[in-house]
Write a protein that binds this ligand. Sequence first.
Ligand code: IDP
Ligand code: MG
Length: 149
Amino acid sequence: MERTFIIIKPDAVQRGLVGEIIKRFEQRGLRIIGMKFIHMSEALAKKHYAVHAERPFFNALVSYITSAPVVVIALEGTNAVAAARATIGATKPHEAGAGTIRGDFGLEIGRNLVHGSDSVENGVLEVANFFSEDELVSWNRNTDPWIFE
Ligand code: IDP
Ligand code: MG
């Protein structure tokens, strides 16, 4: 089963959108296997966004993601990475489609509310960066046969 990693970012937490955002992944059919409310350390933020280390917005990105608490979530499902990215919407919220999280709640790239892994490989790596194996729950949902064919 494919895994993907989600962050409900500080702006979304501050704006009281945690429940609204979790709801959208749940209604998509993705299965929650891990969830924590944390204040991310600078070291973990730099590791998570290491691919952007040379970009001009890197320092602003690290200070944004560490500026207030976040909710980190591990999800499982068929095509979990692509499905979650579609539910999140385009990186620039003003270009994100209506009905996506960023399209419904955001305007600016530096306040785009939520992170989702961009590949199957990164889904596995990012879940492992934020969760130990004993924080992940392996379970079968009663609705799984009605969502996973
Ligand atoms: P993604 O979150 O849609 O995968 P990435 O290109 O991987 O987008 O960028 C990671 C995060 O870095 C974005 O979600 C956004 O928070 C931030 N970011 C990306 N580009 C810019 C920029 O040009 N200015 C400010 N922040 C940016
Ligand atoms: Mg990305």
